[in-house]
Design a protein around this ligand. Structure first.
Ligand SMILES: [Zn+2]
Length: 297
C-alpha cells in the first residue's frame, strides 16, 4: 500500500501505526448493519465525506496495527494476506502492501515480538503466515514472535465453527494451524496483559471469544476496536444488530457498553476497519447523539 496511507499516533510511550491492506473499500451499509438504509447514511452529516459516499454507501479499510512500546514490537491483526483465494474477489490475490507498510516504518519481520489476533476471521489472521514460493508451504511471517490467540476464540473454532458447514476454514488451515503446529501460539485469557501498557479486554459477540486492545501509557489511553464495530456510524446506534456478529444480541450489548464507556472520556478510539481518519473520539453532539469525531476533523 502506498506510503502516504501510513498513519501513526503517539499514546504516552506507545507509538501506534496503521498497516493498510485494502484502502477505501465501498459497499452498501447492509454489510455492517442489515437494516441500515442509504437514506439514513445520507442524513448523518458527520459521516460525510470521510466515512460514507454521497449516495449512502460505506467507506472502509482492511488494516492492521503496529504497536511500538519501550519493550515490545507488536502487530495487532494481520489482515488477509498476499496471494490468497477467498470468497470474494476483493480479497483474492492481494499484493504485499501490508509488509511494505511495515518496512516503511523501519520494522523487519524479525523485529516483531508479538502478534495478537483480536479474533480468527480471515481478515485478521492472514499475514500470520506467508506462502513459501518454493514449496507452497505456509510459514510464519514473523519467525521470532509469539502469536496470541484468545483461548475461548480458538476453542470455539476448533470445536464447532470450522466444521459448521457455514464458515470456510481455509484461512485457519493457511494462517492459524501452521503457527499452532510449530508451537508459536499462546492461548490467552480475554484480559491478558500483552506487554507493559498493552492489554486485552473481552468483547464477546462478533465472535465467541472476541477481544480488543487497550493501551495505557503515561496517563493516556487508546483502544483498538477489533471488529466489535466495523463503521463509525455504529457509535450513533450501537444497539442495532451487526451483519457479521455471530451472536447479534451479545454483539449489540458489547458495542453499547463500549460506546457508553468511552463516550466523552478523552480516550482515543481506533477503528479496525475505519477509513481515514481511522482514529478519533466518541463525543456527544449538541443534539445529544453520539458521533465519531475523527482526529483532524
Ligand atoms: Zn474484520
Amino acid at each position: 500500500m502506498a506510503k502516504e496511507h501510513i498513519r501513526s499516533w503517539q499514546v504516552g510511550e506507545v507509538k501506534i501505526s496503521r498497516l493498510v491492506e485494502i484502502w477505501d473499500f465501498q459497499d452498501d451499509m447492509h454489510m455492517t448493519m442489515p437494516d441500515a438504509t442509504p437514506e439514513e447514511v445520507i442524513a448523518l452529516d458527520w459521516l460525510h465525506p470521510h466515512y460514507a459516499t454521497p449516495d449512502g454507501r460505506q467507506r472502509m479499510n482492511f488494516q492492521g496495527f503496529l504497536l511500538q512500546t519501550p519493550t515490545h514490537t507488536i502487530v495487532v491483526d494481520t489482515c488477509i494476506g498476499a496471494g490468497r483465494q477467498r470468497d470474494f474477489d476483493v480479497f483474492c490475490n492481494l499484493p504485499e502492501g501490508f509488509l511494505e507498510d511495515l518496512g516503511h516504518l523501519g520494522v523487519t519481520r524479525e523485529h516483531v515480538d508479538v502478534v495478537f489476533c483480536t479474533h480468527l476471521h480471515f481478515d485478521h489472521v492472514g499475514w500470520n503466515t506467508y506462502k513459501c514460493p518454493e514449496t507452497g508451504e505456509y510459514k510464519p511471517t514473523f519467525p521470532n514472535a509469539r502469536y496470541l490467540f484468545g483461548k475461548t476464540e480458538y476453542a470455539a473454532w476448533q470445536d464447532t465453527i470450522r466444521n459448521d458447514g457455514v464458515h470456510s476454514d481455509t484461512h485457519m488451515v493457511e494462517s492459524v494451524d501452521p503457527i499452532v503446529a510449530l508451537g508459536l501460539a499462546d492461548f490467552i485469557d480475554a484480559n491478558h496483559q500483552v506487554a507493559p501498557g498493552v492489554r486485552a479486554e473481552p468483547s464477546h459477540g462478533h465472535t465467541p471469544g472476541h477481544i480488543h486492545v487497550v493501551i495505557d501509557s503515561q496517563g493516556q489511553r487508546a483502544v483498538l476496536t477489533g471488529d466489535l464495530m466495523h463503521h463509525p456510524m455504529q457509535c450513533a446506534m450501537p444497539s442495532r444488530h451487526a451483519t457479521f456478529d455471530m451472536d447479534k444480541p451479545a454483539g449489540a450489548a458489547t458495542r453499547q457498553a463500549f460506546v457508553d464507556k468511552y463516550r466523552d472520556s478523552g480516550t482515543m478510539v481506533i477503528g479496525m476497519h475505519f477509513f481515514e481518519p481511522t482514529a478519533g473520539h466518541f463525543e456527544t453532539a449538541d443534539d445529544g447523539e453520539t458521533w465519531f469525531h475523527g482526529l483532524g476533523l
